[in-house]
Design a protein around this ligand. Structure first.
Ligand code: SF4
Ligand code: SF4
Ligand code: SF4
Length: 501
């Protein structure tokens, strides 16, 4: 008999006095943890299947449940931790690559938490955002270097296509396939209500969502799934995906079991086949090749839409961004190493790439040094958790931020990091109809609108506190930031002083 070396990570604690054996937990758990045992007349649990998603806890009518991390332990070893040992057991049992999802959960510096924001006191007085106008509208795209006039002195319009955002927040790429129809519907409706954009990711655009085109960024990734002329024309902008923070340097993989009729039609691939995006675009091996794709897409859409290029934050990101700016892209999107994903090899997710804070500061500085900062807008993502992270990102040089994990949390995600199984109990990262139905797009939209509206209020409050009344004045204003507990090298890369200086 094979021995199972793995001890369950979580324990299901059921208060027997409160449990009324209603079996709600059994019906709600797609991982089949709970089971009513008729011979004993009470509920039991197979804890080895629990991913700690809290669905059963939230829906138990008598609050009889809680999920706790097991205190079962390995003998202390600072090098061979319980996690490291368990992963070896798992791979020895399967022979496979460890898969996970969402962002890198490992400890390590989170620079947002080591950066402090300034506030006015005596001089340069603060502004009360309730009584004075604050401008959080943001335009993404190339800004002309100078005003041009015709022979009669009239201003000649020379502005490239722009994306207009009511606040500097966009919903980041999440494909239909990695997330559900109802999750996409929530994002699309919220983007429209907020006056911002959501992003199709690499999975094409479901025909039902063409009506949200003016609030949609359509993505062109290496697999070219669902890319055709109507798709390109449907969006307000086109994003070329070169890289993703959670898995820089590798492609994507949507297992065939998630490719049902609707997804097959949207992605233009046969039902039940794996959707594999290659690691590189097979027509891009240089900045010149990238430039060709940028201009092909512009040409295909009559030069009416901005083209975004998304890259992962890697070691030489500043040089790469400089090349991307010269490729004719209107916006560079940089995804940091804590960015989320629907599925990624765990080793890649947790070990490849660099923090978005350092990448952003390096890119902004490089583009300024080269005098090309206004030729391109910079959007960053990869774990923007709240309005303070947003303010810090803009002060470090971003024009706007992409959010995805926080948007999914608003929809009910409990960060169980099991999206790759397709059994999301919250109806988000799943295609199973009975699970998808759990997410109501009306409620989802309302919660997303609430989240972004709340952040917009906080953004205005923090800007007002600094005596700043526009995003334009905050962007790249690193004097508004101070580091805490950072080395000289880190401060130098971030381009900020230490607290007290
Ligand atoms: S949902 Fe709560 S009350 Fe119902 S069976 Fe489960 S633990 Fe018991
Ligand atoms: S996987 Fe989620 S729903 Fe199932 S037992 Fe664990 S916490 Fe409850
Ligand atoms: S989307 Fe669903 S499966 Fe993925 S982490 Fe969130 S709750 Fe878990």
């Amino acid at each position: 008999m094979a021995i199972d070396f793995l001890y369950p990570e979580y324990e299901v604690v059921r208060n027997k006095d409160r449990c009324i054996s209603c079996r709600v937990c059994e019906r709600q758990c797609a991982n089949e943890v709970h089971r009513f045992d008729p011979s004993f007349g009470y509920m039991t649990a197979d804890e080895s299947k629990c991913v700690c998603c809290h669905r059963c806890v939230a829906l138990c009518p008598t609050r009889a449940l809680k999920i706790v991390k097991t205190d079962h332990t390995f003998k202390e070893n600072a090098n061979w931790t319980g996690k490291a040992i368990s992963e070896v057991y798992r791979q020895a049992g399967t022979g496979g690559v460890l898969l996970s999802s969402m962002g890198n959960p490992e400890r390590g510096p989170i620079y947002w938490d080591k950066i402090l924001i300034n506030a006015s006191q005596v001089t340069n007085p603060s502004i009360d955002p309730l009584r004075e106008p604050m401008e959080t509208r943001t335009f993404l795209g190339k800004k002309p270097g100078r005003i041009e006039r015709d022979e009669e002195g009239r201003i000649r319009p020379n502005l490239s296509p722009q994306l207009k955002l009511n606040m500097p927040i966009l919903f980041s790429a999440m494909s239909y396939g990695s997330i559900s129809y109802n999750a996409h519907a929530s994002l699309a409706r919220a983007a429209k209500a907020l006056g911002t954009y959501y992003n199709t990711g690499e999975g094409g655009l479901h025909e039902d969502f063409y009506e949200y085109g003016p609030h949609t960024i359509v993505q062109v990734a290496s697999g070219r799934f669902g890319v055709h002329k109507d798709y390109l024309e449907a969006g307000a902008a086109i994003e070329i995906k070169m890289g993703q923070g959670a898995k820089p340097g590798i492609g994507g993989h949507l297992p065939g079991l998630k490719v049902g009729p609707d997804i097959s039609k949207t992605r233009m691939i046969p039902e039940g086949t794996d959707a594999i995006s290659p690691a590189p675009h097979h027509d891009i091996y240089s900045i010149e090749d990238l430039r060709q794709l940028v201009f092909s897409l512009k040409e295909a859409t009559a030069y009416k839409k901005p083209v975004l290029v998304k890259i992962a934050a890697v070691h030489n990101v500043a040089a790469i961004a400089s090349g991307v700016a010269r490729s004719g892209a209107d916006v560079i999107c940089i995804d940091g190493y804590r960015g989320g994903t629907g599925a990624a090899p765990t080793r890649i997710r947790d070990n490849v790439g660099i923090p978005i804070e350092l990448a952003l500061a390096a890119v902004d500085q490089r583009l300024r040094d080269e005098g090309i900062r206004d030729q391109v807008s910079v959007v960053v993502g990869g774990s923007i958790r709240n309005a303070a992270d947003l303010v810090k990102a803009i002060a470090l040089g971003a024009d706007a931020c992409y959010i995805a994990t926080s948007a999914l949390i608003a929809l009910g995600c409990h960060l169980c990091r099991s999206c790759q199984t397709g059994k999301c109990n919250w109806g988000i990262a799943t295609q199973r109809p009975e699970l998808v139905r759990r997410l109501n797009p009306d409620i989802g939209c309302e919660r997303l609108v609430n989240l972004v509206t709340a952040w917009d209020h906080e953004l205005k409050e923090m800007m007002g506190g600094m005596g700043i009344n526009s995003i334009e004045a905050l962007r790249g204003n690193r004097l508004m930031l101070r580091g805490l507990g950072l080395t000289d090298r880190e401060l130098k890369i971030l381009g900020i002083k230490h607290a007290g200086e």
